[in-house]
Design a protein. Structure first.
Length: 173
């Protein structure tokens, strides 16, 4: 038995008063993007337009030479600085009981891009517009490789990761 009057009850089926909505719908919300701290730097990421391609070359010279650009990074820079891969848990087992194959996941693509939108280079600059301009100055030459669009009709030539063993379907643990 609930002793509270109906207008004071809280729970399933009851409306919840949201305090932030008024300022957001009236355009009075405040966000970190509106006024960054003085001296804050902006990061913009250049992403691959290809689903599968070899990175032939990346020319960052024009971007590095621009005023206000603090740094430009590529996958080769991260390898050179011994920046490791993103940890990935092997959460599935293969049908034979062995652990699933986990490809290395890098912050920035190195030598090959494996999906459209994979990060290829990153620019750190003093303002958003400087970072965007420097990003547009980077020239990447790709050699487009065959890509898998439909896994059920995959040709033998298109491989998602060269270190992979034979293709199998994994099942959850």
């Amino acid at each position: 038995m609930n002793i509270l009057p109906a207008n004071m009850r809280f729970g399933a089926g009851q409306p919840v008063k949201r305090l932030q909505d008024h300022r957001l719908v009236t355009g009075k919300g405040r966000f970190i993007d509106d006024k960054p701290e003085d001296g804050a730097l902006w990061l913009h990421v250049l992403r691959s337009p290809h689903a599968h391609a070899k990175i032939v070359s990346i020319d960052i010279a024009a971007a590095v030479g621009m005023d206000g650009v603090a740094a430009v990074f590529t996958g080769a820079d991260l390898i050179k600085d011994n920046i490791g891969t993103i940890p990935t848990l092997a959460s599935f087992k293969r049908p034979d009981g062995s652990p699933m194959t986990v490809p290395p996941r890098r912050l920035l693509a190195h030598e090959i891009v494996r999906f459209a939108g994979e990060p290829v280079a990153a620019v750190v600059a003093a303002s958003r517009t400087l970072a965007q301009s420097a990003l547009e100055a980077i020239v990447v030459e790709y050699e487009v490789l065959p890509s898998v669009v439909d896994g059920s009709r995959r040709s033998g030539r298109a491989r998602r990761w060269s270190g992979r063993r034979r293709p199998t379907i994994s099942s959850p643990r």
